[in-house]
Design a protein around this ligand. Structure first.
Ligand code: SAM
Length: 248
């Protein structure tokens, strides 16, 4: 039936795709994707011959209109991205938004997502977390962003590129302090998967010790801010000072 199916694909390990995802990719009229060559590899691995169609980010709005027309004409379309869940730091927002406006059914399949995979193994609180996508590339914008998140109590989750990891960790030490716990999850579901958890200053030192420690695909997580004894409110500190002065 006419519908847009949101289909997550593996984030490294080709086996991480659901039975339902494979059936959907097999049955739809065509597959809208980021990079047709990239998606072709996945499809050929599973011997799926459904045609693909590129939904580029820079003209997504225009391409979305074309897809909506075809959906309204009764076609079933699957949306995939290069890896993981579409729309999570990936294209698809305009398309889903247009489908909702046009009254077209949008059916999301659950599946791999690097942020959730990383978070579930990090050992940081997961009851509340904030996904922040990629940090800004420019130093000033990155510092401003981290400054605005400094007192955030929820666990923070960032996507990071290997080229920028060191700069980001350096900025984190500067803004959130040497003691703030960081977790770097690298190459999840792949052969050289690793997860490291250290206080910010030690993490910086550890990463600087070997370039290989920053290679590949990375999720960077930051423990939420926890007010501790050193950060009592000004009023409480003043009272404490007065009390101390009175003690023998
Ligand atoms: N839509 C994807 C998802 O659901 O996770 C994310 C796409 S985003 C363009 C790509 C970023 O996701 C990478 O730069 C990296 O930060 C993260 N990522 C993707 N695969 C990963 C993996 N296997 N291990 C660690 N991080 C990964």
């Amino acid at each position: 039936a006419a519908a847009l199916y949101i289909v997550p694909t593996p984030i490294g390990n080709l086996n991480d795709i659901s039975q339902r995802a494979l059936e959907t990719l097999q049955q739809v009229d065509f597959i809208a994707c980021e990079d047709t060559r990239h998606t072709a590899k996945l499809l050929s691995h599973y011997q799926i011959s459904t045609p693909t169609w590129a939904l580029h980010d820079h003209n997504e709005q225009y391409k979305s209109e074309q897809l909506v027309t075809r959906l309204l004409a009764g076609q079933a379309i699957a949306l995939v991205s290069d890896a993981g869940t579409p729309l999570i730091s990936d294209p698809g927002y305009h398309l889903v938004n247009s489908c909702r406006d046009a009254g077209i059914q949008v059916i999301a399949l659950p599946g791999p997502c690097a942020a959730i995979t990383a978070l579930s193994a990090a050992g940081l609180p997961t009851d509340r977390f904030a996904f922040e996508g990629f940090l800004p590339a420019k130093d000033k914008a990155r510092l401003d962003k981290l400054e605005s998140l400094k007192d955030e109590a929820r666990t923070l989750v960032f996507y990071e590129s290997p080229r920028r990891l060191l700069d980001s960790v350096r900025a984190l030490v500067e803004v959130m302090g040497e003691e703030r716990r960081l977790v770097v999850a690298r190459e999840l579901t792949k052969t050289f998967e690793s997860i490291h958890s250290l206080p910010a200053a030690e993490m910086l030192e550890w990463l600087m010790g070997d370039d290989n420690r920053s290679r590949g695909e990375i999720v960077l997580m930051v423990a939420g801010h926890r007010p501790d004894a050193d950060e009592l409110p000004a009023e409480a500190l003043r009272t404490l000072g007065l009390l101390r002065a009175e003690l023998p």
